[in-house]
Design a binder for this molecule. Structure first.
Ligand code: G
Ligand code: G
Ligand code: MN
Ligand code: NA
Length: 256
C-alpha cells in the first residue's frame, strides 16, 4: 500500500489526532492560545509526523478532506473546552497553500464553526507567507471572506516568504508569527536578533500582534520580551501535547 492510500484510509478510520502547543502571553506568562498540529497514529508505525504526510496530502489533494477534518476537530475541541468552563483561548489552525487556493475555504470554515458552536473570534487561521505570495489577488479575496466570518488571521513563518510590504499592508490580518529560524540562534546571531526586533516593531506599527515561534531558551524569551513581542510558543514552555494533556495545562491556569 502506498503512503497516500494508507493516509486516505487513516483519515476514514479516524487515525488522525490533533496535538496542541500552548501560546503564552509574554507579559503575564499565561496560556492565551494553542496551535493545533495534526498527527497520524498508525497502528503499526506509531506516531507519524505531519512533516512526512502533509506535503503528500498537499500534492494528492487529500489535504482538502484532511484540512476540513482538522478544522472541524479543532472547533469541536475548542467548544468542548469552553463548555467545560476552561479559560477562553484562541485556537490556531494551519491552512495549507492548496486549501487557500480553493474558493470554498470560507464555506468550510463557516461550516466548522456552525456545526461546533465554537466562537469565530477564538479561531485563528495560520497562512504561510509563501502561500499568500502565490496568487496574490485570489488570496486577498479569500482572506477578506474569512475575516468577514469573524475569525482571526495570522501569517505563519513570517520573514521567509518574500511578501512585499505593499502586499502585507493590504492583508486583513491580525497576527505575525516570527519564523523559528530567526529565533533559533538568539542571542548568538546578531542578524537574526535584528530581524526579530524589526518584525516586532513593524508588526506593532501596523497594529498587529506578534508571536515568536520555536522559543527554547530563557535567553531567547528575555530578548523577545525586551523587544515587546506579545506572545510565544516553543519547547521552553511545552511541546505540542495531546488534548487531555493540554487541558491539564489549561486547568492549572484557572483561578483556584
Ligand atoms: O509539529 P510539527 O512537526 O507539528 O509540524 C510539522 C509541519 O506540519 C509544520 O510545518 C506544520 O505547520 C505542519 N502541520 C501540522 N499540522 C498541520 C495541519 O493541520 N495542516 C497543515 N496544512 N499543516 C500542518
Ligand atoms: O510550520 P509551523 O510553524 O506551523 O510548524 C511549527 C513546527 O515547529 C511544528 O513542527 C512544531 O512541532 C515545531 N516546534 C514548536 N515549538 C518548537 C521549538 O521550540 N523548537 C523546535 N525546534 N520546533 C518547534
Ligand atoms: Mn503554524
Ligand atoms: Na511557523
Amino acid at each position: 500500500l502506498t503512503l497516500e492510500s494508507r493516509l486516505r484510509r487513516a483519515l476514514q478510520q479516524g487515525q488522525l489526532v490533533l496535538h496542541y502547543q500552548p501560546q503564552i502571553d509574554i507579559a503575564t506568562g499565561r496560556i492565551v492560545g494553542a496551535e493545533a498540529l495534526v498527527r497520524w497514529l498508525d497502528p503499526d508505525e506509531g506516531l507519524i509526523s505531519p512533516a512526512r504526510f502533509i506535503p503528500l496530502a498537499e500534492v494528492s489533494g487529500l489535504i482538502e478532506p484532511l484540512g476540513a477534518w482538522v478544522l472541524a476537530e479543532a472547533c469541536r475541541q475548542g467548544q468542548a473546552w469552553r463548555a467545560a468552563g476552561l479559560p477562553e483561548i484562541t485556537l490556531a489552525v494551519n491552512v495549507s497553500p492548496r486549501q487557500l487556493r480553493q474558493s470554498d475555504l470560507p464555506a468550510a470554515v463557516a461550516q466548522a464553526l456552525a456545526q461546533s458552536g465554537f466562537s469565530a473570534a477564538q479561531l485563528e487561521l495560520e497562512i504561510t507567507e509563501s502561500a499568500l505570495a502565490e496568487n496574490h489577488e485570489h488570496a486577498l479575496r479569500i482572506l477578506h471572506e474569512l475575516r468577514a466570518l469573524g475569525v482571526q488571521l495570522a501569517i505563519d513563518d513570517f520573514g521567509t516568504g518574500y511578501s512585499s510590504l505593499v502586499q502585507l499592508k493590504r492583508y486583513p490580518i491580525q497576527v505575525l508569527k516570527i519564523d523559528q529560524g530567526f529565533v533559533r540562534d538568539i542571542p548568538h546571531n546578531k542578524d537574526d536578533m535584528a530581524i526579530s526586533a524589526a518584525i516586532v516593531a513593524m508588526g506593532h506599527s501596523m497594529g498587529l500582534r506578534v508571536l515568536a515561534e520555536g522559543v527554547e531558551t530563557a535567553e531567547q524569551l528575555e530578548f523577545l520580551r525586551a523587544q515587546g513581542c506579545d506572545r510565544y510558543q516553543g519547547y521552553l514552555r511545552s511541546r505540542p501535547v495531546p488534548a487531555a494533556e493540554f487541558e491539564d495545562l489549561l486547568r492549572a491556569e484557572a483561578p483556584h
